[in-house]
Design a protein around this ligand. Sequence first.
Ligand code: ADP
Ligand code: MG
Length: 337
Amino acid sequence: MAKTFKCITITILFLVLPILVSAGDDGLVKKTRYLMDTYCSIYTPKSEDADKAMDKALDSVEALNNKFSAFLSGSQVYEFNTKGTPITDPEIMKVIKIALDVTAKSGGAFDITVKPLITLWGFYGELPKDPKVPGKDALSAALKLIGPGTVAVQDGKLVKLRKTAQIDLGAVAKGYAVDRAMRSLKESGIKSALVDLGGDIYALGTYKGKPWKAGIKNPRGEGALGVMDLTELSISTSGDYERYFVKDGRRYCHIIDPRTGYPATELMCAAIIAPDATLADALSTAVFVLGREKGLELLKAYPQTEAIIIDAQGGVSLSEGLKKIFSKTKKGGKDEE
Ligand code: ADP
Ligand code: MG
């Protein structure tokens, strides 16, 4: 027990993720690689095939690491952004179509064309020592470059409708990579596993006959707010504590509201549970921007999705279906309901 628990606690410390897994001990094997700017860990019960299967699944994430990068010269996303070359890759298009659906249903709170704003706020690469809040003119100039109307899917390809459009799949690609890793594990005959890519998690099957467990970390303090049972489910979190800076007492995080140009401020954290990790990832970013009421409203458009929402004051809200699989720990934050 201690061993597994400790590894995951370390992950939290590095990534400040609200997820920890207390899945038991000795019977588990784990492999980790640094991929997609974070740690990708796979846990599975010991078996003859486990080692090879985990390596293969990690290889599949590594391939996506390059494919989805907006910064790797030669990747379709990079060529689209810099030269306007249409995106044709079926895997990227699959993810883009899911993203565009979330954009439409969220009223533009989720938007892959947000890249010029992220650049303006300086959230790519290392944060500067003295980060600055962009001025009004720079913000309105960047806002003119973005929006769902700047790109379109035509004949199955993503094309630019405006020359200046640029996309960033950072809010959804990690989820897709988790789904891809899971598919690879299943193809290798694995029946029970947990994949964690920087807080985007999928739980396959059960462990020792019980669901896998995930904890939601207190976003502003120590310990877990609660523990959740997961089986054949994914959870993804978006929070204001992963990448942010504080200026004049205000916190500015890396998730931007494309409608205003400013970092989203409604929530500390949105954790979304969904049948697949791609959707969970996109929705966690969308709900984080939308806030509690509108976020829960958005989830109604997506069957079998649930949410744990922590608002800016630390109030915890659970969607209805979650109450069956989530148990709060003592002192687990202020209750909203
Ligand atoms: P994580 O940092 O854990 O990947 P998210 O899945 O929420 O968290 O993705 C955040 C990333 O998505 C940002 O770093 C940025 O590149 C991009 N992004 C920021 N705001 C938005 C938005 N409103 N819609 C889509 N993508 C966004
Ligand atoms: Mg996301």
